[in-house]
Design a protein around this ligand. Structure first.
Ligand code: ADP
Ligand code: MG
Length: 256
């Protein structure tokens, strides 16, 4: 009698773009913001999209996040072909599949942390008590349960970004899509947010981060570089930066 144990890591494609292009026409000028981009991201990956200003990062991020449609090519998001969906259909897929994190946090100033996090659940049809419970649990997961009733202006920058990350995650999206998530934060707080991303990655979340900062991209486990609307390189980062070590080094340096 033999007993075998197989361990599989099932690779499931969450993002699959095939030759997507985006053309803007401004009067007589034609701008090919994306020329032909073919990339795929598997469930559970942590990828950074890097590139100089004007390389097409935001255009690609808007398409991946279903905020905009490509001019040509095919985009399949979690088995939905979203390439030619209407605005309403896109909005529905976006609410279900994507959690956005922005450089500027984009929290509602008059609402508490808890209310901000609970907001996406209103559209998902939960009752008030279910929303509160789910939002509280998500705040706990980002280490902020003791700040639930604070308003954004009563929180530090790092705490605000944690609230925004909790809001992005509360619906269990397929992808966490972060656009320059540390752009408005100081060095020490950036480590804090990168550490949270590390934890989310360890728990199996799929993270796509857009950044123009080399140092920030190096926290990701794969780096895709864009240039002039094309993928210039796409490489596994075998030695991602460890945010805890960075924070420790920073603390020692500032003690001196
Ligand atoms: P990045 O985010 O890497 O800086 P973008 O995706 O914002 O690059 O822009 C890529 C190119 O497309 C740039 O040349 C930019 O000027 C142009 N572009 C972006 N958005 C628009 C738009 N809505 N209308 C016209 N041109 C645009
Ligand atoms: Mg941009």
């Amino acid at each position: 009698m033999y007993s075998c144990t197989y361990s599989f890591k099932l690779l499931m494609k969450i993002i699959e773009t095939t030759n997507i292009s985006k053309r803007y026409i401004m009067g007589s000028e034609i701008i090919d913001a994306l020329k032909s981009v073919t990339i795929s991201v598997d469930k559970g990956e942590y990828v950074a999209f890097m590139g100089p200003s004007g390389s097409g990062k935001s255009t690609l991020m808007n398409i991946i996040g279903c905020l905009d449609s490509p001019t040509g090519g095919r985009y399949v998001l979690n088995n939905n072909d979203v390439s030619s969906m209407s605005e309403n259909e896109l909005a529905e897929v976006r609410n279900k599949e994507i959690g956005f994190v922005f450089q500027t946090f984009n929290l509602l100033p008059r609402q508490s942390a808890l209310e901000n996090v609970a907001l996406p659940l209103i559209y998902a049809g939960y009752t008030k008590s279910q929303r509160t419970e789910k939002a509280m649990q998500t705040l706990k997961n980002v280490g902020l349960e003791n700040r639930a009733h604070h308003k954004p202006n009563e929180l530090s920058g790092g705490q605000r970004q944690r609230v925004a990350i909790a809001r992005a995650l509360v619906n269990d999206p397929s992808i966490l899509l972060a656009d320059e998530p540390t752009g408005n934060l100081d060095t020490r707080t950036s480590y804090e947010i990168m550490e949270l991303f590390d934890q989310l990655y360890s728990k199996g979340n799929t993270i796509v981060m857009v950044t123009h900062e080399e140092d920030i991209a190096k926290y990701a486990h794969r780096i895709v570089r864009l240039r002039d609307g094309l993928v210039e390189s796409d490489k596994i980062n075998a030695t991602p930066t460890n945010p805890r070590e960075m924070a420790k080094m920073f603390a020692e340096k500032t003690k001196e």
